[in-house]
Design a protein. Structure first.
Length: 450
């Protein structure tokens, strides 16, 4: 009996230590079994308490009265499947007649308390079938991406969602995106994860970094073109617009619109072209969009209008030509001038880290998911990397990218440097990757002037 007690104490102590230091290990070792038993044991009573049951059918009531049997109990949604994941449980339910998906979504917080889970989210799989995802611990506190993720062309994993699933950046589905975040909010880390995910793919990276290139130029070996000033950015964007026109001419000549060609083989974008003719897709990363929209003189105003016009053209027409935009910034509002709202309308994907003002949150989500605005401005400063991600469908999620240092991103870009394509239109903007020049001491520190 003493040996059993000692073993039990050791197991309890190990479980407590794992839950404190390694919640993922605790979940896989102990939590998933306890949570599954808890959900199955409490399911009927919890559904009844949360108002997620329906009265029995009339024929059942009539049969019970005719046979002098007890009145049947209200019926909860039927469990079709329950399976564990590395972060929680997934419960697939078949709704009863008269129930709605919104009923499950509205009761998510009550289900979280009743089942003693960390978080509960729901989505409709198909008509009458709802998938409830429950997380057993805070997966965003210490982000650990799964070892294996789904791989598709132009689709990269960049973060982890609060329900434990992977958040992907799919350029085929959402060609252009806007990413906002104040200083020290984690926006740069999100951008590094994006570059790290794109580096192994057959894609050309183009960067515009008006902070003298301090964010993107260390990754230069994987970039086909880089600009570190608004003047260079204007010329680079004009070259991209010219490339887009050339790609459209190529698609037009290769559409193969004849009587004997099936409709499915008629080319309408670069992905319909044969592999040997398909141009390399291009992802354009703009690190600070506000620097491109600010001006102080008439000449700078003309340059600004030229830049914004080129960005709007690429956002409106670039998808079929394989040109995708990633617009990043600390601030994004209508005060940046004409054309900004038009540009935002073309940016389907929206990601907002911690913001300093509500106006930027409204610019990010006000037109697609108004309820995400409040969630974006409530992100605490100590949770760097936490963000709200949404799209034009109105859905949004809390996400957090794993921490990737600049050195890790540089090493990854150097490893895949041979995948950097040479684009003739962008050759003048190809960054040099030689050794850095030695810094020249300023006149104030020079011994001759001391």
């Amino acid at each position: 009996m003493t040996a059993f007690t000692v073993a039990l104490v050791l197991v309890v102590a190990a479980a407590g230590l794992l839950r404190w230091r390694r919640p993922a290990w605790y979940w896989l070792a102990f939590g998933v079994t306890l949570a599954a038993l808890r959900v199955l044991a409490r399911y009927r009573s919890v559904m009844d308490a949360c108002g997620l049951t329906v009265p029995p059918a009339r024929w059942r009531l009539s049969l019970a009265r005719a046979t002098n049997q007890p009145i049947p109990e209200p019926r909860p949604p039927r469990i079709r499947r329950l399976w564990p994941t590395r972060t929680g449980l997934v419960l697939r339910l078949k709704l009863r007649p008269g129930q709605d998906v919104f009923d499950i979504a509205a009761a998510s917080d009550r289900l979280r308390h009743s089942f003693s889970m960390f978080g509960v989210t729901s989505r409709e799989v198909r008509s009458g079938v709802v998938e409830v995802r429950m997380t057993g611990y805070d997966v965003l506190k210490r982000v650990q991406m799964p070892a294996e993720t789904e791989t598709r062309p132009m689709r990269v994993p960049v973060a982890l969602r609060e329900d434990g699933s992977v958040h992907y950046r799919d350029y085929r589905a959402i060609p252009h995106a806007l990413t906002l975040g104040a200083t020290e909010s984690g926006k740069s880390v999100y951008q590094r994860n994006l570059v790290a995910g794109l580096a192994p793919l057959d894609v050309a990276l183009v960067g515009i970094d008006c902070k003298q290139g301090v964010e993107l130029f260390p990754l230069a070996r994987r970039f086909s073109a880089l600009a570190d000033s608004p003047d260079t950015a204007a010329e680079l964007l004009d070259a991209l617009v010219a490339r887009m026109a050339d790609v459209y001419r190529l698609i037009r000549t290769q559409q193969r619109i004849t009587v004997d060609v099936p409709d499915a083989e008629i080319a309408a974008d670069i992905w319909d072209l044969p592999d040997e003719l398909r141009p390399t897709p291009v992802v354009v990363l703009v690190d600070e969009v506000a620097e491109l929209a600010l001006y102080a003189t008439k000449e700078e105003e003309k340059r600004r209008d030229r830049i914004i016009t080129a960005l709007v053209r690429l956002a409106q027409l670039g998808r079929a030509a394989g040109i995708y935009l990633e617009i990043c910034g600390q601030r994004f509002g209508s005060e940046l001038g004409k054309g900004i709202t038009m540009l935002r309308a073309q940016l389907t994907g929206r990601t907002a880290h911690r913001l300093n003002d509500e106006t930027s949150a409204n610019m990010a989500f006000g037109d697609i998911a108004p309820d995400a605005v409040l969630a974006a401005i409530q992100i605490p400063a100590e949770l760097r990397g936490l963000a709200i991600a949404g799209d034009a469908s109105g859905g949004w999620h809390r996400i957090r990218a794993p921490h990737t240092s600049l050195r890790q991103a540089v090493n990854l870009c150097n490893r895949y440097a041979e995948r950097t394509p040479d684009l003739p239109e962008l050759a003048p903007f190809r960054p040099t990757t030689g050794t850095a020049t030695e810094l020249v001491p300023s006149a104030k520190a020079s011994p001759a002037t001391a």
